[in-house]
Design a protein around this ligand. Structure first.
Ligand code: 2HG
Ligand code: ZN
Length: 466
């Protein structure tokens, strides 16, 4: 931490190469830019800087090296693991002014944009050009491409389209040393040695700052239909997965519990059908000209006969597709007021049934009095287990209890070869548990890589590992 005079002098030094209006230290800016959606940490940045050009980012990183100033790269701050939090006097570097789409090539089917472009803007741009950017999630309206890349964001279409990593064909990054690297330049094939692009994808701002990206686009989904199915137990969820995945061209296979559903219903949404079941599955599949509706209905009948589902609905229009999606997509926001303790775990799909059974037993035993919500991208082996803080319970006591249970949950996860973070990143919240997924030898390699790109440890220090 710096004294007030030192801080003022440091910021004046930055105002020499970045317009003073874009170097902010007022309390509102520090609060807003110093936190993410975790709301667990007290923001306390030195200031917020909003560079407008790649050169300014480079100047800033060099200046930070000279003065040993910690930088926290910042996108839409929709993260849920504290990776974009600045609570130790760091300088937040917001990319939000660098929000232009720079280039589009219909032959390459690619778009090049600055890191601060909002996800939805890329999706809309692709759509306006008859194409599709398929990385998608509820925070599409505020998350930024740079942040998505820094966390290798996943979301609701991974089962068909993969993660952000699969769509990045080029990256420009300013390393922790202040060098500008132009990685892969939009090439599909490039066997010229180590692919540094992939080190920056998922690096959570610890190696440098992503300033530009080239993204692949694809053809749009053809008239997707959505079914929501009411399911009696977790085993049936997996039976549905097997049969539906084989017979339909799925673009999503999501699940949520009745308890989770109740929270979105409280916010004004309607039950998809009258029957209440402990779990629900949402499937989306391509259905041009309703070609696959008969197959879907026949599958529905068959699964009902097997006892794998108790009720269901299939969308009849584009607007119904959107309405049904909201039942799943709105869950996270609908429970934010309960300050949930979040788990974002993954196992291989073949391990999901065993992992679910063991995790369910543990959580029922350990949290008899807490509300535990299950939902997530079960078709990718990714579950979001949210534990709601009982009203009136002290947040620290709640976090301690949940942290202790996490140790047991992650031990189960480790036995199944899973990951403590599937798509939200490690940041601060999952740092104490990283060893369940990466052993010490591997973490030492991560540290060595960081040392190369960020020798003075100015890039998002204290995130992922110490
Ligand atoms: C989702 O899938 C998001 O809805 C948020 O990844 C998950 O709130 C969560 O735990
Ligand atoms: Zn998710």
């Amino acid at each position: 931490m710096h004294t007030p005079n030192e801080s003022a002098a440091l910021l004046d030094g930055i105002r020499v190469f970045i317009e003073p209006a874009h170097v902010r230290s007022d309390p509102d800016s520090c609060l807003n830019y110093g936190r993410d959606w975790t709301r667990l940490y007290t923001p306390n940045p030195l200031a917020v800087v909003l560079p407008g050009t790649v050169e300014q980012v480079q100047q800033l990183v060099r200046y930070a090296n000279e003065h040993r100033l910690a930088l926290v790269p910042s996108g839409g701050r929709t993260g849920l693991s504290g990776a974009a939090v600045a609570c130790r006097g760091e300088l937040v570097v917001s990319l939000e002014r660098m929000s232009r789409i720079l280039d589009f090539d219909p032959t390459d089917r690619s778009v090049t944009c600055q890191a601060g472009v909002v996800t939805e803007a890329v999706q809309n741009f692709a759509r306006d050009h008859g194409l599709y950017y398929p990385v998608d999630f509820a925070s599409r309206g505020s998350s930024q491409i740079g942040g998505n890349i820094a966390t290798n964001a996943g979301g609701i279409k991974v089962i068909r389209y993969g993660l952000t990593r699969d769509w990045v064909t080029g990256l420009k990054v300013v390393t922790g040393c202040g060098d500008l690297l132009d990685l892969n330049r939009g090439l599909i094939k490039n066997a010229s040695g180590y692919d540094l692009r992939h080190l920056f994808i998922g690096s959570e701002g610890t190696l440098g700052i992503i300033v530009e990206a080239t993204l692949k686009l694809t053809r749009p989904l053809r008239e997707p239909s959505v079914m929501v199915l009411g399911v009696p137990d977790l085993d049936s969820v997996m039976s549905l997965y097997h049969i539906l995945r084989n017979k339909l061209e799925l673009s999503a296979f999501e699940f949520f519990s009745e308890r989770a559903l109740r929270h979105v219903l409280k916010k004004g949404l309607h039950r998809p059908f009258d029957t209440e079941t402990p779990y629900y599955v949402l499937v989306e599949f391509e259905n041009p000209e309703q070609l696959h509706t008969d197959t879907a209905l026949a599958l529905f009948e068959h699964c009902a006969e097997q006892g794998w589902l108790a009720d269901g609905v299939i969308s009849q229009s584009e607007s119904q597709v959107k309405e049904l999606w909201r039942l799943r997509e709105d869950i996270s926001e609908s429970i934010a007021e309960y300050q949930p303790y979040k788990n974002d775990v993954s196992v291989r799909i073949s391990r999901v049934p065993d992992f679910l059974a063991e995790a369910d037993t543990l959580l029922t035993q350990e949290y008899p009095d807490f509300e535990v919500l299950w939902y997530g991208h079960i078709g990718d082996g990714n579950l979001h287990i949210n534990i709601l803080k009982p009203v009136g319970m002290n947040p620290t006591a709640f976090a301690q209890k949940c942290g202790a249970v996490s140790e047991h949950l992650f031990a189960i996860l480790q036995r199944h070869g899973g990951s403590i973070s599937a798509e939200h990143g490690v940041g601060l919240t999952k740092k104490p548990y990283l060893h369940y997924t990466r052993d010490e030898t591997e973490v030492n390699y991560l540290r060595a890589i960081k040392q190369v790109f960020d020798p003075n440890r100015i890039m998002n220090p204290g995130k992922i590992f110490d």
